[in-house]
Design a protein. Structure first.
Length: 158
């Protein structure tokens, strides 16, 4: 006969297996309310464990894209050198765009220079690299369907 703790641990493990989420990644908690639309975002080229990484999520309205208070949400997780994986739920299947940055000083903001160029590592969904201005929603959008969507971005530092 197994103890109550062991029975609960076994039930939790069986639940992950039944959901098709075996292994350590299954234990990763996702930000937001479970909705059936989950994003697993891998952020590559994180230079250090200083501060945090932030993923700014924009919905399908191009007029709100990269505008102050235009985001659906901003997710913050501790930075891990090399690669950091962030998991979050989206409200529904559809088109979204991401702006991701390494908030190395932990001030909950992207630090920029005089011309608005980031001073911290940053990336956009689809790994779009801006030239003379911010990229468009059209160039950075991705479609998240039901289930899990896996995305990868690579941070670029000034």
């Amino acid at each position: 006969m197994i103890g109550l703790r062991a029975a609960r641990a076994l039930a939790l493990a069986v639940g992950f297996l039944a959901a098709g989420m075996a292994g350590p990644a299954a234990a990763q908690s996702c930000h937001g309310l479970p909705s059936g639309v989950r994003v697993s975002l891998t952020i590559q080229n994180v230079r250090s464990s200083a501060g945090q990484v932030a993923a700014v999520v924009f919905g399908d309205d191009p007029k709100r894209y990269l505008k102050p208070h235009g985001e659906l949400e901003t997710i913050h997780d501790p930075a891990n050198p090399g690669a950091t994986t962030v998991c979050f739920w989206l409200p529904k299947a559809g088109d979204y765009a991401l702006f991701v940055y390494h908030d190395a000083n932990g001030n909950n903001d992207i630090d920029t220079g005089l011309l608005g160029i980031p001073k911290e590592g940053y990336a956009f969904s689809n790994n779009v690299r801006p030239k003379l201005s911010a990229p468009s929603f059209k160039s950075t959008h991705f479609t998240a369907g039901p289930g899990e969507t896996d995305l990868t971005v690579k941070l670029h530092y000034p």
